[in-house]
Write a protein that binds this ligand. Structure first.
Ligand code: NAD
Length: 489
């Protein structure tokens, strides 16, 4: 029988689960481990352990709290190769992509080490004669994050470092499809010296999440995943009086102007559309070429699709891995068929392909659908697979109208050499993240990750200052110390 993973509660590895799920390598189809589906009683224990640890952690000076994060940063650097291999084996992306993911995660640990300064308040003397007023930031208590399958190393680190640096106790519920990365991350956390109860791990699925959402001691919930689940978690968490920040799905357009550097644009858009097998919330999934850009871009991008090397992500030279499950493969292939039924032509068709030696893997090869109707269902549905839909527009205004006619408003990109066109696009595009001659406009850790509309429920986003504000509450103090009370020592 495959090894059974455990939770990390009170600095001990344990599990009381009666039910487990297989964790399957998406390239080889081999069962690697089993993940526990943690029942509510054990979730409650994790929350109570965190609540008990909170007063002591909160009183630990911020400059001391970050010493554990410095250690964690060094441990992550030292173990980046193992972490990347685990990510590739459970998530499917290539080794290089897994290393890149870990780098972006580590960057958040580095930024959170600046908390002693980022958490500072403000002070005004003499708001009235002899009266001062100031604001301090205090931690909330126990906070939780629920994370998706596609970045098992990076996304937990969008939250964990800021939550604990600001003095909260943190519980992670990672995706049940990729739990091994979290277990390895927590092996490193156990070496970094955090007191018992400050950082905990509970595995599971919906019931585990619901127990976190309903526990009165969980004060804030961070979520990243699909839009229907984001909406559900935001509703249930806020109805229970918690803070919530819930990041959802995406459908990211890119506009190619006739003056774009076509070779550069093609390479970058191909990496965006097919990197991580299109399972990135910042993947370009719709390419809108303007005017005469259409013919040349179509030719170049079709060639890039045909030549991309697909296979097991730890093998040499592989540029794209499998999708996460057989269900995902079937869903993506169904959506390609739907696009064709709506009138698109499959210029490059990635269905019914396989990789020698890995015949049971979840393979969908790079796909290009040409002339996808802008008013069809496919144009608005999140595919979350290696499929690029091509559309044409006569002018930049028409292209911006297509860009803005969607509800998953995570990112929009443009490729052009014209500064005025780029400015117009940046100004008018409805999108939380904009890329100009960039294919994956992923904010650095010191900027917020700003999805809008159906891509985000909440107000404060992940990372940087938004993370600090989300995990702290402001207390305003107004104080008077009359001179005549002084004993004049
Ligand atoms: P998902 O919504 O299926 O799962 C995300 C998490 O929610 C997992 O931990 C899962 O166990 C839990 N969950 C699933 N169903 C639940 C339910 N009914 N009740 C409570 N919890 C539930 O998402 P996924 O398939 O793991 O990830 C892919 C999705 O995430 C895509 O839609 C992608 O666009 C999105 N995503 C968004 C961002 C972003 O920053 N906006 C980043 C990465 C991924």
């Amino acid at each position: 029988m495959a090894e059974r993973l455990r939770n990390y509660i009170g600095n001990n590895w344990q599990s009381s689960a009666g039910n487990f799920l297989d964790v399957v390598n998406p390239a080889s189809a081999q069962v690697m481990v089993q993940v526990p589906l943690t029942p509510a009683e054990e979730v409650n224990k994790a929350v109570e352990t965190a609540a008990a640890a909170f007063p002591g952690w909160r009183r630990t000076p911020a400059a001391e709290r970050i010493q554990c994060l410095f250690k964690l940063k060094n441990l992550l650097e030292a173990h980046i190769d193992e972490l990347a291999r685990i990510i590739t084996n459970e998530c499917g992306k290539t080794y290089k992509e897994s290393i890149g993911e870990m780098r972006r995660g580590i960057e958040n640990v580095e930024v959170a080490c600046g908390i002693p300064m980022m958490m500072q308040g403000q002070h005004s003397e003499d708001i009235a004669p002899g009266i001062d007023e100031y604001v301090v930031r205090q931690p909330l208590g126990v906070v939780a994050a629920i994370t998706p399958f596609n970045f098992p190393g990076m996304i937990p680190l969008w939250f964990l470092p800021y939550a604990v640096a600001t003095g909260n106790c943190f519980i992670l519920k990672p995706s049940e499809r990729v739990p091994m990365t979290s277990n390895h991350l927590f092996e490193l956390i156990s070496e970094a010296g955090f007191p018992a109860g400050v950082i905990q791990l509970v595995h599971g699925n919906k019931d585990t999440v619901d127990a976190l959402l309903d526990h009165p001691d969980v004060r804030a919930v961070s979520f990243v995943g699909s839009t229907p689940v984001a909406r559900y978690i935001y509703s249930r968490a806020t109805a229970n009086g918690k803070r919530a920040q819930c990041q959802g799905g995406a459908k990211n357009p890119v506009v190619i102007m006739p003056d774009a550097d076509m070779e550069m644009a093609t390479k970058i858009i191909a990496d965006s559309a097919w990197g991580c097998a299109g399972q990135r919330c910042l993947a370009n999934s719709v390419a809108i070429s303007v005017g005469e850009a259409g013919n040349i871009f179509t030719e170049y991008i079709a060639d890039a699709a045909l030549t991309r090397k697909v296979g097991y992500g730890l093998d040499d030279g592989i540029e794209m891995g499998p999708v996460i499950t057989q269900d995902s493969k079937a869903r993506i292939e169904g959506l390609i068929a739907k696009g064709v039924a709506e009138g698109a032509s499959a210029l490059v068709d990635g269905r019914q392909k396989t990789v020698t030696g890995y015949e049971d893997g979840n393979w969908v090869f790079p796909t290009v659908l040409d002339r996808v109707p802008a008013d069809g269902e496919l144009a608005r549905t999140e595919i979350f697979g290696p499929v690029l839909s091509l559309m044409r527009a006569a002018t930049i205004d028409e292209a911006i109208t297509i860009v803005n006619n969607r509800s998953y408003v995570n990112m929009a990109c443009i490729f052009t050499r014209d500064g005025a066109i780029a400015r117009k696009f940046r100004y008018e595009a409805v999108a939380g993240n904009v890329g100009i001659n960039i294919g994956v406009a992923a904010p650095m850790a010191f900027f917020p990750f700003s999805g809008w509309e159906q891509s985000f429920f909440g107000d404060l986003h992940a990372q940087g200052r938004h993370g600090v504000e989300f995990y702290t509450q402001t207390k305003v103090v107004v104080e008077r110390w009359p001179q005549e009370w002084s004993r004049q020592f």
